[in-house]
Design a protein around this ligand. Sequence first.
Ligand SMILES: N[C@@H](CCC(=O)N[C@@H](CSC=O)C(=O)NCC(=O)O)C(=O)O
Length: 280
Amino acid sequence: MASTLELLEEHRMFGGWQQRWRHQSAVLNCPMTFSIFLPRPQGDTPPPAVWFLAGLTCTDENFSTKAGAQRVAAELGLVLIMPDTSPRGEAVANDEAYDLGQGAGFYLNATQAPWSAHYRMFDYLSQELPALIAGNFNISDRQSIMGHSMGGHGALMLALRLGNRFASASAFAPIVNPCEVPWGQKAFSAYLGEDRAAWRDYDSCALMREVQSRLPMLIDQGDSDQFLADQLQPERLDVVAKEVGFPLTLRVQPGYDHSYYFIATFVEDHLRFHAQHLLV
Ligand SMILES: N[C@@H](CCC(=O)N[C@@H](CSC=O)C(=O)NCC(=O)O)C(=O)O
């Protein structure tokens, strides 16, 4: 079924446009929203795009309203694409906890009931939404991806799994080894079941050892992040990167926590990092 787009909001911003759209997702079997920033057109060349995947409890609006990314995106001529973090709606399975169910899709394809009826964020983000955006917006297929926390996991995992799809990947305080930390173990048990072999397909530390493709990767991590020791441990991915010769830069930022204040501080660096690899 062809998906039609409904414009929910539009705001002029830094010479471009911040928009929010709704569409019926065939993959997720529910209506979905996404936000997009379109910079002022610069000549006839379609602009490259950077995807941002958000973390637990977020929608497509956290990054667009809190990160302050649009000024630099406008300057660099980058489109920003901001999807939601899970399927949504009364008919969609949910959980009272903030780290499971709606707002906590973990960017995977669930195989276990009741989640498997709607939770197919990997297919949605690797196939359906890119095709929808390519069909409706004048955007280059040169694209990069970044994310925060659960969305950092999503960005790194998608970049590792999709080969040459992205020119570069970056993350703020990502979950890099979900198989080994409480957030990931809880979500993967529920969505994928107890066979841990299936979990490895969504674990950046496992994937980085297996994939052939190499793309530049940047991670920023605050050392005052309340989730650093229990849930994040980005040094685990740094160890793997050094073992396999993967071009990862991990920066530890003194005094920064897990919040969007941290993201807002370093988002300019991330966009310039992506622009360096997109605008060649
Ligand atoms: N409510 C929870 C913590 C939820 C939280 O901190 N969410 C982060 C992402 S955490 C990893 O994916 C977030 O981005 N929140 C939205 C925001 O705008 O800050 C708790 O109480 O611990």
